[in-house]
Ligand binder design. Sequence first.
Ligand SMILES: NC(=O)c1ccc[n+]([C@@H]2O[C@H](COP(=O)([O-])OP(=O)(O)OC[C@H]3O[C@@H](n4cnc5c(N)ncnc54)[C@H](O)[C@@H]3O)[C@@H](O)[C@H]2O)c1
Ligand SMILES: O=C(O)[C@@H]1CCCCN1
Length: 312
Amino acid sequence: VTEEDARGLLHYRELIPRLEEALGKFSSRESAEVIQPVRSTVYCWLKLVHFSRFLGLMPTYMENDGVLSTKLVCFYNRGAGSTLPSVSATVVLLDPESGNVKAVMDGEVITKMRTAGASAISAKLLMRPGAEVLAILGTGQQALSHYNAFTEMFSFKEVRVWNHRREAAEKFRCSVGGPVTVCSSVEEAVNGADVIVTATRSTEPVLYGQWVKPGAHVAAVGACRPDWRELDDVLMKEAVVYADSRDGAMVESGDVILSGVEVFAELGDVINGTKPAHREKITVFKSLGMGVEDAVSAKLVYDQWKAKTSNL
Ligand SMILES: NC(=O)c1ccc[n+]([C@@H]2O[C@H](COP(=O)([O-])OP(=O)(O)OC[C@H]3O[C@@H](n4cnc5c(N)ncnc54)[C@H](O)[C@@H]3O)[C@@H](O)[C@H]2O)c1
Ligand SMILES: O=C(O)[C@@H]1CCCCN1
C-alpha cells in the first residue's frame, strides 16, 4: 500500500475517533486485549556522521480489533540542507490467525497523521475553552500535519509559526492554505498562545516555561530520546504532564526523565474518565508515538484499500 494510497484513504474525521478509542483501550490495563511493548530502538550511528539516527520497532496486537502489526521507523537527524525526510516508516500488517503478512504499507503518511491526530485529541481534552491562538514550533513534516489537523478540528483566530531558519518558516507559510504569522523568535510565537505544538528536531530545550501563559496547552512531539529535550525544567515542573504511554515516557522522554517530573496521567486515562483533565493549568502532552496508533491507522487504510481494489 503506497504513500499515495495511504494519503487518499486516511482522513482525520475517521482517524481521530479510532485513535481516541485505541488510546483509551491502551490505558485500560484491565485486560490483555492490547499488547504494545515500549519501542525497541537500535542506534545506527555512523562513526563519521555527527547526527543521531535510530531504527525503532513497534509491534502491537489488538485482539478485539483483529490487528497484529509492526512499524519499522527510522529517525535520521540529517541536519539542515538534506532533502530526505527525517522519518521514514513502513507498517507491516499481519493476519492474527495465521501470522501471515497481509500488507506492507507506507508508514510515513500514517506516522504524520496519527501523531497529529493524537496531539489534536490532547488539545481537545486539555486546552482551555475558547482557545484562539495556536503556535507551532518547527516547520517540518510534523508541523505541517499538525497545522492540517488543528485547523480542521478547531477554529483558531491566529496561527503562528517559528523556525530557527526563518526562510523555512516563510516557505511553510506559503505552502499552507490559510493565514499564518511567521515569528522571529520562540518567545514572540508563544507569547499569549493558548496551544503550542513543539515539533522540532532539537535536542536542547526550545520552549521555556517563562514564556508560556497560565492555562496554555503544549503538545510536545519531538525530543524522543532520553537525553533529548524540547521543553525546559521550569515548564515541565509547572505543568501537569500527560503522556501517550507512561512506560514509554519513562524510557524515552528526556523532558520527563531529566526534569524528574511525574507523568500525571496517560491521555487514555482522561479518555476513560479515570484521571481528570486539568484544563485550568498549564498542561503538557508528551507524545512519543505508539504502536496502537499505527495499528488502528493501518487497519483503517487497509480495509478501505481492500474494498477499493476488490471492486476493480
Ligand atoms: N511523537 C511522535 O509520535 C513523533 C512522530 C514522528 C516524529 N516525531 C518527532 O517530531 C520531530 C519532528 O519530526 P518531523 O518529521 O517533522 O521532522 P522534520 O525534519 O520534517 O522537521 C523538523 C523541524 O525541526 C527544525 N529543527 C531542526 N533542528 C532544530 C533545532 N536545533 N532547533 C529548532 N528547530 C530545529 C527543522 O528546521 C524542521 O523545521 C522529530 O523530533 C521527530 O522525532 C515524533
Ligand atoms: O512513533 C513514531 O513513529 C516516531 C518516529 C520518530 C521518533 C519518535 N516516534
